[in-house]
Design a protein around this ligand. Structure first.
Ligand code: ADP
Ligand code: ZN
Length: 432
């Protein structure tokens, strides 16, 4: 087994926890210089020096996205701005955007973190890495760029969009690895197919897919369509960006790097820790960042810890595939469900394509769900075949969701193609 930094990746649990406590104490000391935490500590009578264990951390208040917004732009800076070298900001559709600051050392550590992930899925300095993320404020751009350079790969900073150009680069430069959003990977595979390019004849072999929730079925489909291995990568700007947690070649859970963060999973309503192994909201504390430490940050992302150790030998715990964010949950007629559950069913039908859209609407006095899904290239115009297919899909959806959505099979290419992260749900319900 090969590792990027064997000692840290396979550190024994007791030693890893010791390291976490030491870094946590350093982090708290640093955090007390930031205007936000200075105020919080004073108000709540918190003595940063009194935290001596990971259990002690659980007595501290949470930090939320609203706190970041309300203290925009520099209210969380724990070091002077002259010692910061980068700022990432997320657009923020409501209210103020959020800002994350990085020192030179933070950027360096982040590059290490991403290089570690890439090495873990078999990438080496002989690989050609093409990044289809937007550069600029989106952390998937520069985050992967620095990581891939640290790894020593030949990097192709293609940036987002222009699918035909992406395909040309893949062919001309001998790209072996792509970083790509899953919904865009499906689109890329379709365009390649339309152009008559057999992806198996390119050098492409690994995809790093992330930035949005996706199902196991979608991953398998991407792998088949492009003849690659696709690995789930998870990150968010508040925790640097990509590289927070990443699948290893086992493809069974994402290792969360516990020398970078302390991870907790809490019940999003009671905010108490869930029983080990149950699904809840991921809460993260940075322990390896200078410019802007975040303590017990509520990510809103729902996942669980996988039990047991990973055959790859890494000791950092694994998180299950993400279900989505707590705010993505659809509540319809008292039933709670996530778009990914619908995707899981749809992707089991080879006759269906990868693009789907969910509309919630009020029909008469009741709330209904409409699922529109594109047909794949196995498309038939035989009406009775289509009807049978629609019946089958509806039945499987009903069995999974315990409610019956209206289903509409639509022609390939007729649903909107989205730039960036896919938006899958529109809620048009009226409050009656
Ligand atoms: P970035 O993608 O640059 O990190 P954001 O910080 O805006 O941009 O988005 C982070 C959010 O994206 C996460 O909180 C999570 O909801 C979602 N996300 C990222 N990676 C994954 C993944 N692999 N699976 C599911 N959701 C993901
Ligand atoms: Zn592993």
């Amino acid at each position: 087994m090969e590792y990027w930094k064997e000692e840290i990746e396979t550190l024994s649990r007791p030693a890893l926890e010791q390291l976490q406590v030491r870094r946590l104490q350093e982090t708290l000391a640093r955090a007390s210089h930031s205007p936000f935490y200075k105020r919080m500590f004073a108000k709540k009578g918190i003595d940063a020096g009194s935290v001596r264990s990971l259990d002690d951390l659980k007595t501290l208040p949470f930090t939320t996205k609203d706190d970041l917004r309300n203290n925009y732009p520099y209210g969380f800076a724990a070091i002077p701005l002259k010692d910061c070298v980068r700022l990432h900001s997320s657009s923020g559709t409501t209210g103020n955007p959020t800002v994350v600051l990085h020192s030179r050392r933070d950027i360096d550590e982040w590059a290490e973190q991403v290089a570690r992930c890439m090495y873990m899925v078999g990438l080496r300095d002989t690989d050609v890495f093409q990044n289809t993320s937007g550069y600029g404020m989106f952390t998937g751009g520069l985050g992967f760029q620095y990581g891939a350079e640290r790894l020593g790969a030949l990097t192709v900073p293609a940036a987002a969009g222009n699918t035909k150009r992406q395909i040309k680069f893949i062919k001309d430069f001998g790209t072996t690895c792509l970083h790509i959003i899953p919904s865009y990977a499906m689109r890329l595979a379709e365009v390649m197919h339309e152009e008559g390019i057999d992806s198996h004849e390119t050098r492409l072999r690994v995809l790093c897919i992330g930035a949005e929730p996706h199902s196991e079925e979608q991953r398998r489909r991407i792998e088949q369509m492009l003849g690659v291995k696709a690995y789930n990568c998870f990150g968010m700007s508040e925790m640097n960006g990509p590289g927070v947690a990443f699948e290893c070649t086992e493809q069974n859970g994402l290792h969360i790097w516990e020398d970078y963060v302390v991870a907790e999973i809490v019940d999003p309503h009671t905010l108490e820790p869930v029983v080990d192994g149950e699904v809840g909201e991921l809460v993260l504390t940075t322990i390896n960042r200078e410019a802007m430490p975040l303590l017990r940050y509520r990510t809103r992302d729902l996942t669980r810890f996988l039990p047991g150790s990973c055959p790859c030998g890494r000791t950092h715990r694994r998180l299950s595939r993400f279900q989505g964010r707590s705010d993505d949950m659809i509540i319809l007629k008292g039933v709670n469900l996530f778009p990914v559950q619908i995707e899981t069913i749809l992707m089991q039908f080879p006759e269906l394509g990868g693009n789907y859209f969910i509309t919630l609407e009020t029909v008469g006095a009741s709330d209904e769900m409409l699922v529109e899904v594109e047909l794949s290239e196995l498309f038939t115009d035989d009406y009775s075949v289509l009807q049978a297919l629609a019946r089958d899909v509806s039945r499987r959806l009903r069995d999974e969701l315990l409610l019956t959505p209206r289903l509409k099979l639509v022609a390939r290419g007729s649903l909107p193609v989205q730039e960036g992260k896919a938006v899958r749900v529109k809620d048009l319900r009226k409050i009656i």
